[in-house]
Design a protein around this ligand. Structure first.
Ligand code: ADP
Ligand code: MG
Length: 375
């Protein structure tokens, strides 16, 4: 049974008729560009081969219902006027419908049935996959004239204003705009995007995402602290954002902590462009050492890695990975490793053997198409 069949059958079982359409959107992983987004720099995510499906039908009575196959969820029914009061898991889909209304999509009732195959909370952005699938479904089925960037903005707004998570737009942009086989170079200042072909398959390369399943208590506070340090460093340097700083000026900063935080951002920004250059030159294997340089910078200058994650990076590299780094906000979370296909099993086994409670989870991910209509 395909996921498409599953969600279609779940919809007809719940509502007694066929959906108007079925839409899906992928999770993502960010190849390079960590903590560059909140400094108005560049990121380079790609959509992965794990998707979230949404079957949808329009209602005319102002009621919005949503249910999910995820066992941790309960169905929710509300009205178009109360969408922004949604809580728990339903805040993601209902918040997205609310944000689309704020963006001018005519208010209407909806039945939404969700089936997700993006693992939750594993660094692959199941939240953006859900928001992006809902955004595309509701926009298309209401005939709204919104481009994909506007849909991404609605997903982000749902997460910022209804869920209450201070995320940027990278995840939703990747989910809605990525093309199969390519990463998305996103300028977080101008919001300009460019496709960058990855060429992993031709080069016999694979990507593993290793979830440490560790999240330190200081994750939220630590993230806010790093953002504040970046703002302070930019002010000390007299630039609008660290994206505009140059390394020589950063090295002249008197405050040791600010200097190191800023140095990470400035060198990471350069690494994004280095990776884009390597990919465009058809040399994807050489991206490996740049990932490892990113890890060193995130660990030593930005101080967002933790021993459990460092151990996974070391295990991956010792088992033959071409490079590996922590992904996401930091203080735990996941590691991305670039690996020759012949070494994928060795790296996976080595990472699974790194002790932990409950211990790491290893997944191979492949570049996949962005959000689309499936039915
Ligand atoms: P991630 O890194 O996976 O995006 P988040 O904490 O940002 O982690 O989002 C995960 C949350 O999104 C889940 O706890 C759940 O509330 C919601 N979610 C994501 N996918 C689904 C789904 N298929 N069904 C129900 N809720 C989902
Ligand atoms: Mg998320």
């Amino acid at each position: 049974m395909s996921a498409l069949d599953d969600v279609r059958r779940a919809f007809t079982a719940a509502h007694g008729h066929e959906p108007d359409g079925i839409f899906s959107a992928p999770g993502r992983v960010n190849l390079i560009g960590e903590h560059t987004d909140h400094n108005e720099g560049h990121v380079l995510p790609f959509a992965i081969d794990r998707r979230t499906w949404v079957a949808v039908a329009r209602r005319t009575d102002g009621t919005v219902t949503v249910c999910s196959s995820d066992p941790g969820t309960q169905p929710v029914s509300t009205t178009v006027g109360a969408l922004d009061e949604a809580t728990g898991w339903a805040a993601y889909p209902l918040g997205t419908v609310w944000a689309l209304g704020e963006a001018g999509v005519a208010p209407s009732g909806w039945d939404l049935v969700v089936h997700g195959e993006v693992p939750l909370g594993a660094g692959l952005s199941s939240s953006a996959a859900l928001e992006s699938a809902v955004a595309l479904a509701v926009a298309e089925c209401s005939g709204a004239d919104l481009d994909r960037f506007a849909l991404a903005a609605a997903g982000r707004r749902a997460e910022n204003d209804v869920v209450g998570a201070p995320v940027g737009i990278m995840d939703q942009a990747a989910s809605l705009l990525c093309r199969e086989g390519s990463a998305l170079l996103l300028d977080c200042r101008s919001m300009a995007t460019e496709d960058v072909a990855l060429g992993l398959e031709d080069a016999d390369l694979g990507i593993l995402v290793i979830d440490s399943r560790v999240r330190h208590d200081l994750a939220d506070g630590g993230y806010a602290d790093r953002r504040a340090a970046c703002v302070a460093a930019a002010a000390a340097l007299g630039v609008p954002a660290l994206r505009d700083a140059d390394l020589a000026a950063v090295e002249g900063l008197g405050d040791d902590v600010l200097r190191r935080r800023a140095r990470h951002v400035v060198t990471e920004q350069a690494r994004v462009h280095e990776v884009v250059g390597l990919l465009r030159a058809g040399r994807p294997a050489e991206v490996g050492p740049v990932l490892s340089a990113s890890q060193a910078s995130l660990r030593d200058d930005f101080a967002v890695s933790v021993p459990e994650v460092d151990a996974l990076v070391t295990a991956a590299e010792d088992a033959g990975a071409l490079g590996a780094r922590i992904v996401g906000g930091g203080f735990g979370g996941s590691v991305l490793a670039l690996v020759r296909r012949a070494s994928l099993d060795d790296v996976a086994v080595a990472c699974r053997a790194v002790p932990g409670d409950p211990g790491p989870t290893v997944r191979e991910v492949a570049p996949a198409p962005g959000a689309r209509r499936d039915l």
